[in-house]
Design a protein around this ligand. Structure first.
Ligand code: 13P
Ligand code: ZN
Length: 289
């Protein structure tokens, strides 16, 4: 089977378009990775190793970090400097499949980026995230980075405190605590595109499915593309409501209380982490405990 005909690949390309349509991928902003299942790899194997047009493909290159728990696995990832708006139109130019070596320190391109290029500059963060989430749940295969406007805007006005940030977003949409009961992780501003920010992000992803990069964007993970996109969409929707509320007032007239959140646990089969359900001071403004 051709890679572009595989269902996972079609879902990958569609998610890039969905993210672009939401306005989360200006220029080359954002990147997406997927850990390919063994049976999916067998289906496409005959189409791998075609490197036409590219000077760089086939050579083993340093990832810039070490992910031994992913050694030998294959990933579909977006290319560095490539625009999400072009992925569905020309997937083979904008996306690649990489193989990791047996040490988990090197990769090589086995499909795609046919006009040249390299995997996303955030490859260390993607792979480190994919490694920690595989350890906690081997079914998690998708890691997504985008630049969602409202979540980013809030990193300028809310304290960069996970408990406060998460709680304010929880209060904006009942489904938020159901979709991310472990809350939103926060990485303060750091230089992107390297190992250090990957270490900081993957530390959050040990327990959380979504993490903000202050003044930059967000990362989410999930079992499949729908779940991962839906998670980002839900958090960004909560953030959008909060931006609207904050543009009208700094104090809510009424809201969802911790006791109301706790009522969601049983019927929805979740356990909302109590660290986000603290009691607030009477009259607390938005962003205050
Ligand atoms: P890439 O084009 O290298 O994927 O970088 C985009 C981005 O969002 C960096 O954080
Ligand atoms: Zn980015």
């Amino acid at each position: 089977m051709k890679v572009i005909d595989a269902e996972f690949a079609q879902n990958f390309f569609r998610m890039c378009q969905d993210g672009f349509d939401r306005g989360w991928h200006e220029r080359n902003g954002g990147n997406l990775s997927y850990r390919i299942k063994p049976e999916e790899l067998e289906d496409i194997r005959e189409d791998l190793g075609h490197y036409e047009g590219s000077l760089q493909t086939g050579e083993w290159k340093e990832i810039g970090t070490s992910v031994p728990f992913l050694a030998g696995e294959y990933f579909m990832v977006t290319g560095s400097g490539k625009f999400f708006r072009n992925v569905e139109l020309a997937p083979k130019k904008n996306v690649c499949i990489i193989e990791l070596d047996e040490t988990g320190r090197k990769y090589r391109i086995v499909w795609g980026l046919c006009a040249g290029g390299r995997p996303t500059s955030e490859l260390p963060t993607h792979l480190m995230n994919l490694e920690v989430v595989k350890k906690r749940d081997p079914g998690i295969r998708v890691v997504y980075h985008c630049h969602p406007t409202n979540l980013i805007a809030l990193t300028y006005v809310l304290p960069l405190d996970e408990e406060i940030f998460t709680r304010e977003i929880y209060e904006m949409a009942t489904e938020c605590p159901i979709v991310f009961p472990e809350g939103i992780g926060i990485v303060p501003w750091m230089l992107c595109g390297g190992r250090d920010i990957g270490v900081a992000t993957s530390e959050k992803m040990k327990t959380q499915d979504i993490c903000i990069w202050a003044h930059h964007g967000a990362f989410a993970c999930g079992h499949d593309f729908d779940e991962t996109f839906g998670l980002m969409h839900t958090a960004e929707k909560g953030a959008e409501v909060l931006v609207k509320v904050m543009s009208m007032t700094d104090t809510k007239r009424q809201t969802i209380t911790p006791e109301m959140f706790r009522q969601l646990n049983e019927p929805f089969g979740v356990h909302i982490n109590e660290r986000f359900l603290y009691d607030k001071k009477p009259g607390a403004k938005i962003g205050e405990r």
